[in-house]
Design a binder for this molecule. Structure first.
Ligand code: GLU
Ligand code: MG
Length: 454
């Protein structure tokens, strides 16, 4: 007799769900997957499905970098699905989805697992009585491939244009329907500034929920774009810079912090109403930004997006409601919406688990040991006298050096994970060495669909 299904799985079976896609996100920022029949899901939670540790040596284009310390044929891990995060993917077709974490065959958590690291940092914050809430904004380009391979925006209409919305209203309806069918809470959807570009803001949650939601939503957006636009050859691109001529795609991260139920980014005497503790959080994030950039902007093409004047905020400054500041404080106001921070540099090639693991470690450090916060910058930092606003790293190699030198992030990740991330960063630098900007943009134009399109 087969084992009875757990109640959650039995409920999904009653809904017609037949398969579960279990994902994790590798060092290169790509979600990797194994699919199990629904009846085997409880086993995938308890025991897991096999994954070789080499998957973290995959470059952004899927090739294995031979110099990476994980580029070895040995060893095996088990990806265990998180039953608590089991969700629908495309219920009408029988699909569910769950994020997973990798374990050693001994049953110990794998020290290099990205989601596990995010979970550990979340626990540390909780133990310190701190609650962090996070939410991502996703920007993407809907395009068809021109004969020269260049993405051609698929929908007409101007920035934030209601004309673009109604021209693509069937696409918008299909997308919002699918997000709701998958149970993904979202706040806002709009046509973005760039031609053929859209944006979705996801509802905030814990760090793990925010990262899971990003992975989940991106899969649904890819699926709907492909299905809806099949006849027109549409795909979506989450590349930080699908084309050098147009604005890039960001993945801005919104954060708020509470301690003992008190919001820390408001109610104080500091600039923008920051409390002393809140100022400590902003100061720590600001100081660690160059190192965080290696995780927030992990592709070489990420650095072509980070140009002044494109609201991608490439200066190491903070500002109050300043969209050219890498850290933007949105203070509370008459509407009563709690104050929060927006980390604008982030793009969607970032592994959200690693990024949020690092951000949580920095937030905790900022609360434990406050350092002085420089004054906020208003206006465009690019217009300030030379040297007044530090430019953030302009290449992955530069950001990776800052990551290598960050004692805080080394300690937060542990030596093994920190070192293997450095190998991945070096692999990306090697992959892109010698490519012109145009070649680089073309190579990654359809990220994360990079390998296998010829
Ligand atoms: N597309 C811009 C970026 O690359 C962001 C525009 C906005 O502020 O929403 O981040
Ligand atoms: Mg936007």
């Amino acid at each position: 007799m087969s084992k009875p299904l757990s109640p959650a799985v039995a409920a999904l079976a009653d809904q017609g769900i037949r398969w579960v896609a279990i994902t994790w996100v590798n060092h290169a920022g790509a979600p990797l997957v194994k699919v199990v029949p629904l009846a085997a899901f409880d086993g995938a939670v308890a025991v897991g499905v096999g994954f070789s540790p080499v998957s973290d040596a995959f470059r952004a284009d899927g090739a294995i970098d031979p110099a990476h310390r994980l580029a070895r044929p040995d060893g095996d891990l088990r990806l265990r699905a998180d039953a608590g995060a089991l969700a629908l993917l495309e219920p009408a077709s029988g699909w569910a989805w769950a994020p997973g974490e990798r374990f050693e065959r001994t049953g110990e958590p794998y020290a290099g697992d990205q989601r596990h690291r995010c979970r550990l940092q979340q626990q540390q914050l909780q133990q310190a009585g701190v609650e962090l809430r996070a939410g991502f904004e996703l920007e993407w380009l809907v395009a068809s491939a021109h004969s020269d391979g260049e993405p051609q925006p698929a929908l007409p209409g101007g920035p934030y244009g209601a004309d673009r919305l109604v021209d693509g209203l069937d696409y918008a309806s299909a997308l919002l329907d699918a997000l709701e069918a998958a149970g993904i809470p979202w706040l806002q959807f709009h046509p973005e500034y760039g031609a053929g570009q859209f944006e979705l803001s996801l509802a905030p949650g814990t760090a793990l929920e925010a990262a899971d939601r990003l992975v989940h939503a991106r899969l649904v957006i890819q699926r709907v774009t492909r299905r809806f636009g099949w006849h027109f050859g549409w795909r979506c691109s989450f590349s930080p810079k699908p084309s050098l001529e147009r604005v890039g795609n960001g993945g801005h991260l919104h954060l708020s912090v509470q301690r003992a139920g008190q919001p820390l980014l408001q109610g104080g005497a500091g600039p923008g109403g920051l409390s002393d503790a809140g100022a400590g959080v902003v100061a720590a994030l600001l100081a660690e930004l160059p190192a965080l950039l290696a995780l927030a902007c992990p592709l070489e093409i990420s650095y072509r997006r980070l140009a002044p004047g494109s609201w991608s905020a490439p200066f190491q400054v903070w500002g109050i409601e300043n969209r050219e500041a890498a850290l933007r404080l949105i203070p509370t106001a008459a509407d009563g919406v709690p104050a929060h921070l927006e980390l604008k540099v982030v793009d969607l090639a970032a592994n959200p688990y690693l990024l949020l693991a690092a951000v949580q470690a920095v937030v905790l450090a900022g609360l434990e040991q406050t350092r002085p916060l420089p004054p906020p910058v208003s206006g465009d930092p690019a217009q300030l006298p030379a040297g007044a606003a530090l430019r953030l790293p302009a290449s992955l190699a530069e950001a990776s050096s800052a990551f290598a030198a960050s004692a805080l992030l080394r300690q937060a990740f542990g030596d093994a994970l920190h070192a293997s991330l450095l190998d991945s960063q070096a692999a990306e630098v090697r992959r892109c060495a010698g490519l012109s900007d145009a070649e680089l943009a073309a190579a990654d134009a359809w990220w994360p669909l990079v390998g296998g399109l010829g």
